[in-house]
Ligand binder design. Sequence first.
Ligand code: AMP
Length: 608
Amino acid sequence: MPQAYQMEHETEFNHKHRETDIIRWFEDVAEDAAAVQRLTLRQILELNYGVEYLKKWLGDIKIQEILDENALESIYASLVPLSSHADLEPFTQRIADGDTTPLITQQPITNLSLSSGTTEGRQKFVPFTHHSSQTTLQIFKLAAAYRSRIYPTREGGKILEFIYSSKQCKTKGGVIAGTATTHYYASDEFKIKQQQTKSFTCSPEEVISSGDYRQSTYCHLLLGLYFSHEVEFVTSTFAYSIVQAFRSFEEMWKELCHDIREGSLSSSINITRVRKAVLGVTQPNPELASRIENVCEELERADWFSIIPRLWPNAKYVYSIMTGSMQPYLTKLRHYAGELPLVSADYGSTESWIGVNVDPKTPPEKVTFAVIPTFSYFEFIPLYRQKSNYNYQNGNVNSANDDFIEGDPVPLAQVKIGQQYEIVLTTFTGLYRYRLGDVVEVASFYKKTPKLNFICRRKLILTVNVDKNTEKDLQLVVERASQILSKARRAELIDFTSHANVTKQPGHYVIYWEIKGEINERVLDECCREMDASFVDHGYVVSRRTKSIGPLELYIVERGTFKKILEYYIRNGAALSQFKIPRCTSNEVLLKILNACTIKRFHSTAYG
Ligand code: AMP
């Protein structure tokens, strides 16, 4: 296959592939995106020829004998149906139970990833192979090459990385299960990245994989401070982890300074291998401790504004996923980053990496992702949002039960600028025409590959009857109302989620807020009213006017509630590195936590 299009090495980081080489490679595949996609499809189908899943749909058709690439693409799309996670589940279950026959891939699958489960409410098993680690390393290097064109970093510098592995465990059939990031941190590719790329993570492997996020965070911060002058940038997978790390810093900076002064390690770090690894690196440094203490005393008075460049004076930028459900943390991240640029990181999922940010200068609110056409075979289901009537036309199946009408899936080369799509993946790891559930919009093209704007998760919707509001709609409404909040001095929205309460008629939306600071009840009343009045969805507005949806309620939860939610997910196997607060939930455990922690309730008076 596409030898011409594959990176020469994939596993070996070779210094002759300098940054310009990887960019040139990507420019070539992007220029030829349509052909590369067809070749990628051929390679996947040839590699996994005869597996049980494909046999069911392709029968005895010999892929090698279909010489025309266009014909292969249309035969594949006409014979293999779109699939969802429910179609994959019987296969991943058999793999987990130890079935080693070729079910979805010819090579036995030895690792299963648990998706974070924080967006759809439930964790899912997704196959993870060597290809998954290879593409992770590849996108890492590609994105780094684009970043260093704009924000060059020093060779041999360090990275303050808030990364966390969760536990890996064995399934009944002996397959290793864990989150995708955990598998990656345990892979050779991650070791290659650690050893051979330009910069190094401050924390040793023992800290990343401690299994206790509080202890890891403390050590990441301690080592980050210890190497503060060498840190070239600050990063995490999702922005949430950086924000939560600095919120913790506000509480524990004195203890950190004490440890730096004495060369000691807080007794709260009680995992022997972590203690040994950290104490093996640090030494008493009273001078550094005094310097940090002085800066922190000042910063505390200034509400920690600009803490990152103040404590890490050589950091060039902050790098993390800041789009989608991470966007609400941007205000806080900007506050901590001060003048430092925020660079929004790439777009991917446990199922496959999708796109790279080729314009690191673009503000996170506007960032797009150029699809990498060698990673998977991508199709796009056009989505048309219903505006004013609710009769689905032409009998189109609308499996996501939202208010989108779907068109027929199109290959990558046929997407149109300005159109929204759901992404469909065919991967090297055994997913065939798999609906990812993400809604994206084509913003423009990079050469001939589309640049996507992430819009939202398709299934996360607030709905009572004919109204349909996505996580993005909710985000906009919350953002508007929280501006009222931030005008009130020193008040800050820490986090939020929502629930469509239909237990009583009429049903209504409940939005949960955790806030920092003392806020006047009148202000919160106004925020509640503002949210109710700001949903622009026609179904919502009409239903509110006709009172078939009741007044929106704002529930204020006590401080620490969202941390309890994080801990609930972590106890159930999620990793902090992939954690995302579900923006709408009907998960009973979550609702129980939220309702038990509610301290104030407000009832909207919008719509009379
Ligand atoms: P998981 O596989 O559980 O880690 O979650 C993957 C999901 O996270 C994707 O399907 C997206 O919904 C979301 N996601 C990943 N990368 C981004 C990004 N750059 N911007 C917005 N959302 C993202």
